[in-house]
Design a protein around this ligand. Structure first.
Ligand code: ADP
Length: 174
């Protein structure tokens, strides 16, 4: 039987921290399904299709990773695809309280899917999508914080939309 896990999040946008978790999960499981969650209560910087597309491009070379959009309850999706685990990344103790609560709720809803926490490496401990957005919005380079292919797409879009010169592009005008 294939060992499948799901890795849910907003990925607004995907960061090197997310990519690290995906790679680690891909080494453990036969298949990893990265799930971009639709959250009507949250406003996002990038729309759901852009966020999914950024992830697809970032994982193009990892054979056992798929990307899908999550519309509905995570545990139902996990059950539908036969996932044995929900993977979550942990950066700091501050992540833990919320994630632990979610893990308990998900266990209550579906006892067959275990939540597995993968710790961030020291290098990515500080990294979050919101930090990337903040840095980018201030016009600073986000190279190294997000996968190169994502960086390049954002840059390209900016140049196209704003007709900026390559060196002068700024995330805020996107
Ligand atoms: P963010 O908190 O950056 O907006 P998401 O809501 O998209 O991220 O998070 C999806 C999952 O990825 C969560 O389990 C979160 O803890 C994990 N994660 C986010 N950033 C990192 C990182 N730098 N290192 C490890 N895990 C991370």
């Amino acid at each position: 039987m294939q060992k499948i896990c799901v890795y849910p999040g907003s990925f607004d946008p995907i960061t090197m921290g997310h990519l690290e978790i995906i790679k680690n999960a891909a080494n453990i499981f036969d298949k990893v399904i990265v799930l971009v969650a639709i959250n009507p209560g949250k406003t996002h910087f990038f729309n759901i299709n852009e966020r999914a597309d950024f992830i697809r491009k970032s994982v193009a070379e990892i054979e056992n990773v798929e990307v899908d959009i999550l519309d509905g309850l995570l545990v139902n999706y996990a059950k539908k695809v036969g996932a044995m685990a929900i993977v979550k990344g942990l950066r700091a103790v501050s992540d833990f309280e919320y994630e632990f609560q979610m893990a308990l709720v998900n266990k209550k809803l579906n006892n067959e899917t275990q939540t597995i926490f993968i710790p961030a490496s020291q290098e990515n401990l500080y990294l979050s999508s919101s930090i990337v957005r903040q840095i980018g919005t201030m016009g600073e380079q986000i190279k190294g914080l997000v996968p190169d292919v994502v960086h390049d797409i954002i840059k390209e879009k900016l140049i196209k939309r704003n007709n900026l010169e390559e060196e002068k592009w700024a995330f805020m005008k996107y």
